[in-house]
Structures are given as C-alpha cells and as structure tokens.
Design a protein around this ligand. Structure first.
Ligand code: XYL
Length: 437
C-alpha cells in the first residue's frame, strides 16, 4: 500500500458554527484561547489506536462489518506497519497531537514473549520514525492483559504464578516502548483483574498481589528513567463480574492501602462511570478532590443499554460538567482526552471515522466554552458559596480545623435557636447552568 489512505479527505479545519460541512469543526478551534489557555492545550486530544484501527464491528452475535480498504485480512507485521502509517495520516488530518495504544493492537503477538517483543520493536521503530516526522506524541501506552487465554484468571491477580510473571514481563516491555516513544503517561486497565465468584477466590491474596505488582511497576519506571504518570483506569465489571478497580473511590482506597498514592493517578472513563452507577462528573470530581485526576477517556454509554458501548460523547451538558471539573483542576496535562470510543457496528464508511471524532471534539469544545461562561459569570459559584456561608464564621472555622469537640457544639446548640435551614436552590442552579448552553 503506497501513498494516501484517506483519499478525498482533506485536513479538517475550523469553519465556525454556520458551516454545514461534516468534515469541518464548528466549535473546536485549536488555537483559540479560553480562560487563558488554547483549546488544544485544555484537551490534548488523542486517538485510540485499538478502536480506530483494530475495531472490526464484530459483536457477540455477529461478524465484523468494517472493510477498511487498507486491511488485507491478516494480522501480519506488514499489515501492522501499514496500519501505523494510516494512524499517522489520520491524526494529522484530524489535527490531533496524540495517540494511545495497547502493545498487542499495534503489533502481532508471538509464539513466545521474545517473538512478541521483536514484533513490537519493529512496529515501534516505524512509529518513532513517523512521530519524528510529524511532531505527534504518545499520550499513553498500555499492555493488553485481557485478550490472550493465559489471562483468563487475570494478570497480576491470576491464581497462577507463571501468569503473574508473564504479565510483569509484558508490562515491563510495554513501559519500555512507551518510554522510547516519549509517552507522557502509562495506563493500567485491569480488564480481568477481578473475580467471577468469591467462593473460589482469595480476594485478599489477589489484591496483595496487585499491590506488589504495581510497586514493581513503579520501581521499573524509575529504573528506566520514565517520567510519565502512571494511571489506573477504574471500571466496575465487564469482562469480570467484579473488577477490583470498581470506581474512583474504590481505586483511591486501594492506592492508599498499598502506599501508592504518590505514584498513581486515575484515568476516568465516562462509560465506566455509568457502569458503576455514577455520572462521569461524579467520578471526575472524586478523582479531582483526591488529587488524582490524571486523564479522561472521553466516551459515553447509552442510557438504555447496560454495557460498555464506548460511544463518542455528544451530550453538551455532560461535556460542560466535565469541563467545570477540569477547569477547577487547572487542566489535566500531562494527561489528555483520549477518544476511547468506536463507531457503531453499522457505521462502515471511512469518513465516519473522521465524523465521529469531529463531533466528539466539537462537543468537548462546546463544554469548555459553556463552562468558561459559567465561571466568568460567577453566579453558580456564588450560589454554592452562599450555601455553606454559615461555616464562614468563627465557629465554622473551629469545626473545619477540627477544634470543635462535641461538648463545645452541645453548648452552642443550647445557646442557639432551632437551626434555620435554607433552600438548596437546585432548580436555580439548574437554571443558571442551562442558561450557559
Ligand atoms: C476497556 C478500556 C480499555 C482501556 C485501555 O473498557 O476502556 O480500552 O482504555 O486498556
């Protein structure tokens, strides 16, 4: 395959709100400044190699539906390199600076670890070359520890020692190639780190193993001089019945128990938030207030479907809430927004790959602009400030500093009248929020 992959598709430009061109941005304007920072720096958008270049449209009931013209139906090294060139043309035309990968998406596995590593090295050498010519970067790399049958009981939490060792060797290599490619983060998503039944599971031992595994990863990171952030991606279940990194709060607690809070942040995925019974905003806020917001996997689920549909996020209010938290966090660099999202099985045109990312990027840009409006207007923050103003007093300060014991508070109650309890003003908050859309 020589030359262009996406023939007929130009570099995607910002044409503004009135444009009717599906292959143009209406809201995302990379260089435009919002609250003192360029849009591209707020987002640091990234394309997920696995969905965009390895997504086949296959589902548990049906065969693949995508017949991309550059695919030859094999998983050969030659094909892997061709896909990598397609990836760089894609991110260049889309105007995105970053990409993300699993080791096994970008290069074929091998009969042995050595063979798999050699395959990976060959593709990574090409990626390095393409990166240097295009100024594109790796947002994060990761090891795929869930597809191969050896990982059926997990990787770091497998009941089999040999599998734990294999997972360690695979992560070692994936960290090394991420570092070699100048990756800014490294992600752990424990797809099979969990259990199907507690009756046959020693949960305490499995979690201890996960703790030692992650400590070993930190030591290896330091040994090779990799300065990227290590990230854990919470997800409650699927494929396991119960995944150990259930949600942000569970994962934060795990990191505290095992003394890993200094070394890890969280990669929050919106669809995983829904699966754990939370909103994406809740998960991002939980990560933020724990000082652990590291990256966002920008996608969404379907409100009527209970699995990880990995759709492109098009809900503008949701994007606004996400951006309110991201702005409060001062941005998420060196993390970014990775489109861990795929086309619907029925979307089969090459241009659909572009349109999907364009609508995802425009949605986030609208969220950013709305959030900036809300922050500049200040009435929402004022409503929240007022709600807690009874604590902006001498006694409030004593309580918040931990100086007010129960005897003091009992004494104060006796001196005070029945508490005056103000309205929460939720509808007013919603009205203010909605007026920014
Ligand atoms: C699947 C997960 C993965 C991670 C990377 O639910 O989102 O795609 O992002 O392993």
């Amino acid at each position: 395959w020589e030359g262009e992959f996406f023939t007929g598709i130009p570099k995607i430009k910002y044409e503004g709100r009135s444009s009717k061109n599906p292959l143009a941005f209406k809201w995302y304007n990379a260089e435009e400044e919002v609250l003192g920072k360029k849009m591209k720096d707020w987002f640091r958008f990234s394309v997920a190699f696995w969905h965009t270049f390895r997504g086949t449209g296959g589902d548990p009931f049906g065969a693949p539906t995508k017949n991309w013209p550059w695919e030859d139906g094999t998983n050969s090294l030659k094909m892997a390199k061709r896909r990598m060139r397609a990836n760089f043309e894609f991110i260049d035309k889309l105007g995105v600076d970053f990409w993300c990968f699993h080791d096994r998406d970008i290069a074929p596995d091998g009969q042995t670890l050595e063979e798999a590593n050699e395959n990976l090295d060959e593709v990574v050498a090409l990626a390095k070359d393409l990166q240097s010519k295009s100024n594109k970067k790796v947002l994060w790399g990761t090891a795929q520890l869930f597809m191969h049958s050896r990982y059926m009981h997990g990787g770091a939490t497998s009941s089999e020692l040999q599998v734990y060792a294999y997972a360690a060797a695979q992560v070692k290599k994936a960290m090394e190639v991420t570092h070699y490619l100048g990756g800014e983060n490294y992600v752990f998503w424990g797809g099979r780190e969990g259990y199907q039944s507690l009756l046959n599971t020693d949960m305490e031992r499995e979690l201890n193993h996960l703790g030692t595994f992650l400590h070993a990863a930190v030591r290896h990171k330091k040994k090779i001089g990799f300065n990227g952030t290590l990230l854990i991606e919470p997800k409650p279940q699927e494929p396991t019945k119960h995944q150990y990194d259930w949600d942000a709060a569970t994962t934060a607690n795990f990191l505290r128990k095992y003394g890993l809070t200094e070394e890890f942040k969280l990669n929050i995925e919106c669809n995983h938030a829904t699966l754990s019974g939370h909103s994406c905003h809740h998960e991002i806020e939980t990560a933020r207030i724990n000082g652990m917001l590291g990256n966002i996997d920008a996608n969404t689920g379907d409100p009527q479907v209970g699995w990880d549909t990995d759709q492109f996020l098009i809900d503008i209010p949701e994007a606004t809430m996400i951006m309110l938290s991201v702005i409060k966090n001062g941005g998420i660099a060196p993390g970014g927004f990775n489109f861990d999202a795929k086309l619907r099985r029925e979307s089969t045109d090459v241009e659909d790959l572009f349109i999907a990312h364009i609508v995802g990027m425009d949605t986030m840009a609208r969220g950013l602009k709305n959030a900036a409006k809300l922050i500049e207007d200040g009435s929402l923050a004022e409503l929240v400030r007022k709600r807690y103003q009874s604590f902006d007093t001498k006694l409030g300060a004593q309580i918040e500093n931990g100086e007010a014991d129960f005897e003091l508070l009992e004494k104060k109650v006796k001196e005070m009248d029945e508490p005056k309890v103000a309205s929460a003003k939720q509808e007013l908050a919603e009205l203010i929020f909605q007026s920014a859309m």
